[in-house]
Each structure stands twice: as structure tokens, then as C-alpha cells.
Design a protein around this ligand. Structure first.
Ligand code: NAD
Ligand code: ZN
Length: 339
């Protein structure tokens, strides 16, 4: 078992990582002093795999249901279940359930106690920590949201046994990102075969970053490593590429750009390439037009007044933000990724 504390401006909470936390969730709540009324929020897929006997709010499965409409349905469930200010909302699911249930918990009755039980690798190492909750609008992803810190995050690695391999690979892209940002141990094949160790180390990277920058004013931008390229690839493929696939190749692109600009020693991009290939994620963007990808990047809200802005690497665990990178360098990297 590991217990990792997280300090936030609103107080501290803990992340518990232990096998079996979910199979005996009542016991888990008793052990950590969580008494009183609860409402679990989950989705239809998880409800089928892990049938609930306690009261729950149910949402449909998929990013397209991360909407205000779903939040409204959850409010209706909360009202029907007699939720009051002390009722604890438990999000049991991947990042979509966590973000949506968290937003409902942040807003219903101006805020209810909230607990995260992440079930996907991505939610375990990334979205359940940091306090960002919210939903998408037709105009864009995550446009409506709040900061809502959980009281606890309970991570049960046993839940990963039912996670589809594709979702595992997507989470691994973020794990590699955390490794490149701050902890080379995450790139070690032996550690990658030990889910508990992998989760603890990967989450520790995110904790360290969000503790130093709880409201996303500076360093938290480092978590965008590979994401400037990645978001653009998601966009130009009309979301045919998953987030993890796009971020994986985005990490290779960021490493190649770092090398091309002479920021890091040659060889880093090969290390990243090998990692992404081993996970089984795409390593090329054959057929995707570099100019279109560049145009999509330029719409990034982090590119202030069209000035390009990339998170790059001076080496492993040495991220750096670089502005006004020459377009020609970016295009060269994108062209290389075609072959
Ligand atoms: N709040 C944040 O800081 C933050 C950070 C990163 C990502 N996110 C958000 O997270 C979301 C992506 O999260 P995700 O990758 O977990 O996607 P997801 O929640 O859609 O889960 C992926 C799929 O796996 C299924 N699933 C999850 N756990 C399972 C399990 N144990 N067994 C079987 N199936 C399981 C889900 O039902 C779903 O079909 C996005 O909406 C993204 O914006 C938020
Ligand atoms: Zn991501």
C-alpha cells in the first residue's frame, strides 16, 4: 500500500494506492473514516462490470457524454436520492466520469464532498489528481469547469484487469510523458510491468507539479509536453486518432524538435520513439499534412497572439518552455514523421 499526500491551497488530501480497495469499498470507507450518505457516479460500462448495490447516478459511456446535459441528469438523480450538503459524491470511472461527476459535485448545493475512484490508467495517473473538473461544449473540450479538490483518491490497481488494452496504451502515453518530464524510472521496462509501482511513480510526478502550481499559472504547462502536437493531430484526424495515440507521436515530435533546435543531446528522440513503439502506439503520421497540423497548432489557446509555444526537453527530467520556434523547424519534424 502507498499513501501519497497532496497539499493544495484549500487543504490537503491523500491518494491511497492498494489492491482490493474497491472490492471491499465499504471496508475502505470505514477504514478511512468516511461515514454518512454517499452517492456513487459511474457509467453504464462500469456498472455492468462492477454492479453497484448502493445508490448511484449513471451516465452513458463516452467523451460525447461529458456535457452539461449529463450534469443536469446527475443533478436530477441527486435530487431524487435526497442528496444534501453532507452527501459525498464518489466518482467511479475513467477521466470522463471523474471530470463530469466532479463538476456536478462542485456545483450541486454549491459543493459537496467528493472522492475519486479512478478506474482507467489515465485517470489513475493524471485526471484524478490536480482538482480540475469540468465538461465539454460543442465549441470545444473542457470549456466549462471548476477547481474541486477531492477528499480522497482511492486507486485500486485490480480494476485495471478489465481495462481494454487500447485504454491501457493511452494511459501509458501519459506515463511516458511523466517519465520524460521528471522521472526516468518510468521508462524502465521492469517498472512498466509493475502496475502499482508504475502508478505510484507516475502520480508522484503529477502531484509535484500541481502542488507547485495549483491554479495552472506556470509550471503546470509542462504537463503539455507532446500535447501541442497531439491536440493538433487529434483535430486534423477529426478525432479518429485517440488522445493517447496523438500524444504518443506528439512526444516523439517534441523530442525531435528539441534535438533539431540543439536543446538536448542527440539520441533522446530515439529513446522516446522506442518507448512509444514498445507500448504499441503509432510512431508515424503518414498521410497527415504537416501544413494542416501546423495550422491546427496555431489555434492553440496557449499560443498567445499566434506566438508559437512548445514544451521541449533539454534532456530527461529537464523540461523547458520555448517560444517563437521557427515554423520551418516544426514542419521539418512533421515531415520526418511521415516516413
Ligand atoms: N481533470 C484533469 O486534470 C484531466 C487530465 C487529463 C484528462 N482529463 C480528461 O479525462 C478524459 C479521458 O479519461 P479516460 O482516458 O479515462 O477516458 P474514459 O473515461 O472515457 O475511459 C475510457 C474507456 O475505458 C472504460 N473504462 C474505464 N475504466 C475501466 C475499467 N476498469 N474496466 C473497463 N473499462 C473501463 C470507460 O468506460 C471508457 O469506455 C478526457 O475527458 C480528458 O479531458 C482530465
Ligand atoms: Zn493528455
Amino acid at each position: 500500500m502507498a499513501i501519497l499526500p497532496v497539499m493544495t491551497p484549500e487543504g490537503s488530501y491523500s491518494i491511497v494506492i492498494e489492491r482490493g480497495l474497491w472490492s471491499d469499498f465499504q471496508g475502505t470507507c470505514a477504514r478511512f473514516g468516511l461515514h454518512g450518505q454517499q452517492v456513487i457516479v459511474t457509467n453504464t460500462t462500469l456498472q455492468r462490470l462492477y454492479p453497484l448495490t448502493q445508490p448511484f447516478g449513471l451516465m452513458l459511456d463516452g467523451e460525447r457524454y461529458k456535457t452539461l446535459n449529463t450534469v443536469e441528469m446527475l443533478y436530477t438523480d441527486f435530487a431524487a436520492l435526497g442528496v444534501d450538503r453532507k452527501t459525498r459524491v464518489i466518482a467511479f470511472g475513467g477521466g470522463v466520469v471523474g471530470d463530469t461527476a466532479g463538476f456536478a459535485a462542485a456545483t450541486y448545493l454549491r459543493g459537496l464532498p467528493f472522492v475519486q475512484v479512478p478506474t482507467s490508467l489515465l485517470a489513475m495517473v493524471d485526471s484524478s489528481v490536480g482538482g480540475k473538473v469540468g465538461v465539454d461544449l460543442p465549441q470545444g473540450k473542457n470549456l466549462v469547469g471548476a477547481f474541486k479538490q477531492p477528499e480522497w483518491v482511492f486507486i485500486d490497481p485490480d480494476l485495471l484487469q478489465t481495462l481494454p488494452p487500447k485504454e491501457w496504451r493511452g494511459g501509458m502515453a501519459e506515463v511516458i510523458k511523466h517519465g520524460l518530464l521528471a522521472d526516468a524510472r518510468l521508462l524502465d521496462p521492469q517498472i512498466q510491468q509493475d502496475p502499482e509501482m508504475l502508478i505510484s511513480l507516475a502520480i508522484a510526478v503529477k502531484i509535484a507539479v500541481v502542488q507547485r502550481d495549483p491554479y495552472e499559472q506556470g509550471e503546470r504547462a509542462h504537463l503539455n509536453l507532446g500535447h501541442t502536437f497531439g491536440h493538433a493531430i487529434e483535430l486534423v484526424t477529426g478525432y479518429q486518432w485517440t488522445h493517447g495515440e496523438a500524444v504518443g507521436v506528439g512526444l516523439i515530435a517534441a523530442a525531435r524538435l528539441s534535438e533539431l533546435l540543439g536543446l538536448c543531446e542527440a539520441g533522446l528522440a530515439q529513446i522516446v520513439y522506442d518507448q512509444i513503439e514498445t507500448i504499441g502506439l503509432p510512431t508515424r503520421i503518414t498521410g497527415l499534412d504537416p501544413e494542416r497540423i501546423y495550422a491546427a497548432m496555431a489555434t492553440d489557446k496557449k499560443w498567445l497572439q499566434g506566438r508559437s509555444r512548445f514544451v521541449l526537453l533539454r534532456g530527461i527530467a529537464q523540461p523547458i518552455i520555448v517560444e517563437e520556434v521557427a515554423k520551418s523547424a516544426v514542419i521539418e519534424v512533421l515531415k520526418d514523421l511521415q516516413a
